[in-house]
Design a protein around this ligand. Structure first.
Ligand SMILES: C[S@@+](CC[C@H](N)C(=O)[O-])C[C@H]1O[C@@H](n2cnc3c(N)ncnc32)[C@H](O)[C@@H]1O
Length: 291
């Protein structure tokens, strides 16, 4: 990069940063409340809607469908973890016998149910992945191993919460299920990312403004972050690579085009025993019989 370009970049940051800081200052202290408020304020989804990462029909489903058909056992149920308004839950449900979307935010689950009215073999429930053992009741209700799809969730979790979330996914997959993870992994700074998504000192597109106000700032999530969140003792990498994550058009151009964000995907297998075996096994912590 030329010196003049770098200086111009700092100048733009100096003007954009205070606007972003002002918006972020309105975020609730508790990020869980932020997600609830975010989804509660959404009125329209898809292209032209409120949700930055919901491109409606112009989506990534074909990419994930190919990975799933090649590498997952589709006779198992699917859990869409951090499902939001359930766009991918609905898009992937036809591949599996049953599909369950779970999300931290009650308002997301309410919206997902509303948008999925009439869809067969699909249900939604609340679940906070960052609470230890939170997935146990769901694993017991499923009664065996399940696949997990998770898109755009780990990059908004604090690094300390990620291994807890991964352990919850491990509870669900047992030995036969797989995790299909897809996360944004933008290489630049947070300001570069915002500019990439159409923010300028004069204008911040509304879907981006909503995300800045109510949701945690995105972080990188690539191979290095996956290694820490999904340690090698618990997880084997079946496949991983780069993926194109799409966002709704936000640049004010004559022919608005979908935004492309560099992303990372991984297909992961747990080193654990099958859930059906674990659920049928004698509890390991039974009291020794008294003589
Ligand atoms: C960027 S959105 C992605 C939504 C959806 N996966 C998609 O790609 O359309 C992140 C989602 O993760 C959910 N989420 C954030 N933290 C979570 C947690 N600790 N447990 C469960 N869901 C969480 C948010 O409510 C939000 O719906």
């Amino acid at each position: 990069m030329l010196r003049s370009e770098r200086i111009a970049g700092w100048g733009r940051d100096a003007l954009l940063l205070p606007r972003v800081a002002l918006l972020a200052a309105r975020a609730p202290r508790d990020w869980r409340r932020g997600w609830d408020r975010y989804w509660g304020s959404v009125t329209t989804t898809g292209v032209g809607g409120d949700v930055l990462w919901d491109t409606g029909d112009l989506d990534e489903v074909p990419t994930y469908r190919t990975l799933i058909l090649e590498q997952l056992d589709t006779s198992l149920p699917l859990v869409d973890a951090g499902c939001g308004n359930g766009r991918f839950t609905r898009g992937l449900a036809p591949l599996f016998p049953t599909t369950i979307g779970v999300d931290l935010a009650r308002t997301a689950i309410k919206l997902a149910r509303r948008e999925s009215a009439g869809c067969a073999d699909l249900s939604f429930d609340t679940l906070d992945l960052t609470v230890p053992d939170a997935a146990r009741p769901l694993a017991a209700a499923i009664g065996g191993d399940a696949n997990v799809f998770v898109r755009g969730v780990f990059h908004v979790l604090a690094p300390a919460d990620r291994p807890v979330a991964a352990r919850n996914l491990r509870t669900l997959v047992g030995s036969r299920g797989r995790v299909l993870l897809a996360e944004t992994n933008f290489p630049g700074s947070k300001m570069d990312y915002l500019r990439h998504l159409g923010a300028s000192p004069r204008h911040i597109p509304d879907p981006l403004r909503r995300a800045i106000v109510d949701t945690p700032a995105p972080r990188h999530f690539g191979d290095a972050e996956r290694r820490t969140a999904f340690p090698a003792a618990d997880w084997a990498v079946v496949d991983d690579g780069v993926v194109d994550i799409l966002a709704i058009p936000m640049h004010d151009t004559p022919t608005p085009a979908v935004e492309h964000i560099p992303g990372y995907y991984a297909i992961l297998a747990s080193t654990a025993v099958s859930n059906s075996e674990a659920l049928n096994a004698e509890p390991s912590n039974t009291e020794p019989t008294r003589r």
